[in-house]
Design a protein around this ligand. Structure first.
Ligand code: ATP
Length: 288
């Protein structure tokens, strides 16, 4: 069984407060984009889980979110046969694109089908939350409002079509470090998430792009000047908006003209310190 695990971006990301348990309460507009890892699942006669991946620096044990997802389901349901996971990563790692969470979501959906566990998307989302706050969203996909620690989800109307250019600098950023450095109670200007939701309901791309904002950028961007430079370059090529995704360092730009996005991609690839650059379209959620 082969599944595609798409990346996500945050069209809007607000942090409302830090809870007593240390987690942050967020209000985010999530959007799936059509760039993928692939997850191949094979049932094996020998019990246990094995994992292979094209990224040699990633763990191939419980510390890999794809492995963890399989282990959680198989233990709970007493699956006696084994599972081999072949994970091909194309989504940059530790980039703000939720690649690991999406791999875990794909494994939950795939393993439930492969072993005939008959779990509903809701059942899978409950298990997904134990793996990571973004996993339930990765099961749902599409355009959605994420609240709580990211696990309380409300599907939103699909984003109007456009070209999304994603640029990942060659350095990575630790999500934990950025959240730790954020002073949520000192944030004065918050993204207009409610206005963005209204714009989505109206199918108003200008209304959406004018409200794209991410409070984590206030922490990550001053540490890494390249983030601001990439945004400026995307805007100079005609992006309606360009901001950072998640805790970064990936920057995305929203273009109405796909040719302008491709011209910008070619220019960005010339930059020193540039990692990967992808052009993709927004994707609707899974139709369960
Ligand atoms: P988010 O946007 O949810 O913060 P991210 O894109 O910043 O996620 P990921 O690429 O999902 O980050 O992974 C972050 C960390 O998780 C990495 O440091 C990596 O070692 C670990 N990890 C475990 N399993 C995976 C996986 N299958 N793919 C990528 N990273 C994984």
């Amino acid at each position: 069984m082969i599944l595609r695990a798409p990346a996500k971006i945050n069209l809007g990301l607000d942090v409302l407060r830090k809870r007593e348990d240390g987690y942050h309460e967020v209000k985010m507009v999530m959007q799936t984009v059509a760039m993928f890892d692939t997850v191949e699942l094979t049932e094996t006669r020998e019990s246990g889980i094995t994992l292979e991946t094209n990224r040699s620096f990633l763990p191939v044990n419980e510390n890999n979110l794809a492995y963890k997802a399989a282990s959680l389901l198989m233990q709970e349901f007493g699956v006696t046969s084994g599972l081999h996971i072949r994970l091909q990563k194309f989504i940059p790692v530790a980039a703000g694109l939720a690649g690991g969470s999406s791999d875990a979501a794909a494994v939950l959906v795939g393993a439930s089908r492969l072993f005939g566990l008959g779990l509903t998307p809701q059942d899978l989302m409950v298990r997904g939350k134990k793996i990571g706050a973004d996993v339930p969203y990765c099961i749902l996909g599409g355009t959605a409002l994420a609240e709580g620690i990211g696990e309380i989800l409300t599907p939103l109307p699909a984003m109007p079509d456009c070209s999304i250019l994603l640029a990942k600098p060659s350095f990575s950023v630790s999500t934990k470090e950025i959240y730790t450095a954020l002073r949520a109670d000192e944030l004065t200007d918050h993204p207009d998430i409610d206005g963005m939701i209204q714009a989505l309901r109206e199918g108003d791309l200008d209304g959406i792009t004018s409200r794209c904002d991410n409070v984590l950028e206030r922490v990550t961007a001053p540490r890494h000047p390249m983030i601001g430079q990439l945004e400026e370059e995307m805007r100079s090529f005609g992006a309606a908006v360009s901001i950072m995704s998640g805790s970064g360092p990936t920057v995305f730009g929203i273009f109405k003209d796909p040719d302008a996005a491709l011209a910008c991609k070619a220019a960005l690839l010339e930059r020193p310190g540039m990692g990967k650059v992808f052009a993709a379209n927004p994707m609707a959620g899974r139709r369960f």
